[in-house]
Structure formats: C-alpha cells, structure tokens
Design a protein around this ligand. Structure first.
Ligand SMILES: [Zn+2]
Length: 367
C-alpha cells in the first residue's frame, strides 16, 4: 500500500473488512479508541457521516467517522448551545492528551457520563502514534488553513485535509446561535519554565476572551502566549474560520504511552469533561495576578549560514534574559535584548535560511 495521499477505498477494503468489523465491535463494547485507531492507522473503507458505524451511549449517538475521529451527539430534545472539538495526538508521540481523550471516550461508551453538547473527539495522527514520533514527513500542526496544499504528497498532507474537512462539516452543522470551541491538546518536546502553557491563536481585531483564560486556568494552565499573526495550526484554523474559542494547549513534557502521571492532567480532564457534559465549570473570575501572560515581540530569523544562536536548543521555553544580552548573531547583525523580561520560546538553530530560529516574547497584562 502507498503511503501518500492516493489511498483508495479499494486499498482500505483490502486491508481490513473482517478484521475491521471485529475490531469495531470490540470498540463498541470496550470503548478503546486508541487501540482501534492504532490497528487501522490508514483508515478503513467506510468513512464519513453515513457509514453506519454508530451506536448509542447515554442519551447520545456515537459515530466513528474515520480512524481516530469520533462524533458524539446528544439525542435529547434540549437544544445545545455549544459545539466542541477536543483534539489530541496531532503530534503522534504526545501521548498524555491522547490518554485524556481516551478516558472521556471510555466514560461515554461505558455510559458513566452524559454528553450534552455535540463533541468531535480527534486522535490526530495515527501513523505517528504507531512509530512514537512527532510526525512522519511533515509537522502536521503547520499544515492547516490550506497549507497542506503547498506540499508534496505525504501522510500529513492527506490527514490535514481530512481533519479540516471533518472539523468544517462539524462546525457548519451548527446554527448561528451556537458557540464553537476547539481545544487542541499537546505536550511539549522541551522543558518549559512554566510546565503548562497555552497558545491563544491570533484574534485580529477581536479582544482576548477573559472567560476563556479562566477556563485555561481551571485546566491548570495559567501561562498564556498570545498569538501575533495567522498560522497553520489546527487551533488557528478553527478560530479563524469558525470563530471558535480555540487554544493550542501544552500540558507538560512528552512521555511514552502508559508513562504519563495522569494525576498531573486531572484538572484539564475534569474541566473538559464538565464542558462537554454541561456541568458547572466553577471558574474563578479573570485576574492578571493569576497568570503569566506573554505577547510576542518578534522572531529571530536565520538569515545566512553565519547565523549563531546563543540559546541552547535544549533551553527551557520562556527562559528570560537580562536587558543587553546578545541572543544571536548573523552576517553584519546581532539580536540584543532591550526589554525587561524578554524570554525565548521554541529556540531551534537548525532551520533553513529565512526561517524562524526563536520566538521572542515579553510579559504583558490585560486591561
Ligand atoms: Zn505538539
């Protein structure tokens, strides 16, 4: 079978029919979406809304739309005010978020919890999950907002297009008075001065939503980096196209399946569960003093082969440097800090000329 975006439904039927129905029945019984997704990383023949792969949970219909993509819709008569996307594993080795999503799905299938708002659960990158890597060929979280169209065929190109389509269909099915949400859950590769942090996608002229920041704090995430421009991330896709309250949430450091201390993620799991089950979120009012808020000051861009970055690739995110520190040099220029609290996020000297080697941020507050 090919590993590009030319999979046909014939390929998929060949891989699986009987094996798939057995595995699917097992999923309906036990609710183990990780197992089903890893068994069928390339997908299966029946996909989409009308594939008949659905069953009932507690006053809800559960539909498996594609590998790693599960839709849960309340069947009661109360009109729902929210549509929610909870995505995980966009980077395949970021296992804790996948396990958070798995726990929710287990609880739903076991009928221990009742979903009150239509929710789309996503395990984003089954192929990378199976090889325990961030990605196979391309970083999936840079390919949204149509950026997948600009790259050569690879699994991520195919998957980004599919994910965009499922999320678009999901939000488009809502009415105008419904509020959209998308929390894209990650864990970071490097350590961070603040273990948990979230990136709030660029909002253009719209103000940052303080209630959403309170929700993040409730999830145990009180360090927020405000996005400073359009990007190709999954959360930006939902924010920009569907006015969703959306975040890329970094919940700690990458570990292997089964090695996560899930108590470290309990606050996030509980708040997300309360959100989809329409329970009281018990949020504290926004107060600047409860947060570390950062805004972008700019990028350090590698211009030439003479580029030198004086921040170690292994340096913790949000490491701050005194005013006057030289952070990089390049042909005929240098970057020297000029502001109090200037900090470096995502340093990476091994980028091509013209690409970002580090993001520089400074502390900020909301008025
Ligand atoms: Zn990630």
């Amino acid at each position: 079978m090919t590993n590009d975006n030319t999979l046909t439904s014939q390929d998929l039927t060949d891989i699986n029919s009987d094996d798939f129905s057995q595995a699917y029945q097992q999923f309906v019984k036990a609710g183990d979406l990780i197992s089903l997704t890893r068994q069928f990383e390339q997908g299966f023949a029946q996909t989409g809304r009308d594939n008949q792969l659905n069953f009932n949970a507690k006053e809800a219909k559960v539909s498996l739309l594609d590998t790693g993509i599960l839709l849960v819709e309340p069947t009661g008569s109360v009109k729902s005010s929210k549509r929610i996307v909870i995505s995980s594993g966009i980077h395949g080795n970021e296992t804790a978020p996948i396990e958070i999503v798995q726990q929710l799905i287990s609880d739903i299938v076991a009928q221990d919890i009742q979903v009150k708002h239509p929710t789309l659960f996503i395990m984003g990158h089954p192929v990378a999950m199976n090889i325990a890597k961030r990605f196979e060929t391309e970083n999936l979280n840079r390919l949204f907002c149509g950026k997948h169209q600009t790259i050569e065929p690879c699994y991520e190109k195919y998957r980004a297009e599919k994910l965009e389509q499922y999320v678009s269909d999901f939000f488009n099915a809502g009415t105008n008075d419904v509020t959209n949400y998308h929390y894209d859950l990650h864990t970071a590769i490097r350590s961070s001065k603040y273990e948990k942090f979230a990136i709030y996608p660029y909002q253009g002229d719209k103000p940052w939503d303080k209630e959403q920041l309170s929700f993040m704090a409730g999830c145990g995430v009180n360090t927020i980096l405000f996005g400073h421009g359009p990007t190709g991330t999954f959360s930006y896709f939902s924010s920009a196209n569907f006015a969703a309250h959306a975040f890329t949430v970094e919940l700690g450091k990458v570990r292997a399946f089964g090695e996560n201390d899930m108590s470290n993620f309990q606050a996030a799991a509980d708040k997300i569960s309360a959100l989809v089950c329409d329970e009281d979120l018990l949020l504290k009012d926004f107060d600047n003093n409860d947060f570390n808020l950062f805004e972008a000051l700019g990028d350090i861009t590698k211009v030439s082969d003479n580029f030198k970055l004086f921040v170690d690739d292994a340096a913790s995110n949000f490491t701050d440097y005194p005013i006057g520190t030289v952070l990089s040099t390049d042909t005929g220029e240098e970057y020297r800090t000029t502001k109090h609290g200037e900090s470096v996020v995502f340093p990476n000297a091994n980028v091509g000329n013209g690409q970002r080697a580090a993001l520089i941020v400074v502390p900020t507050t909301l008025s």
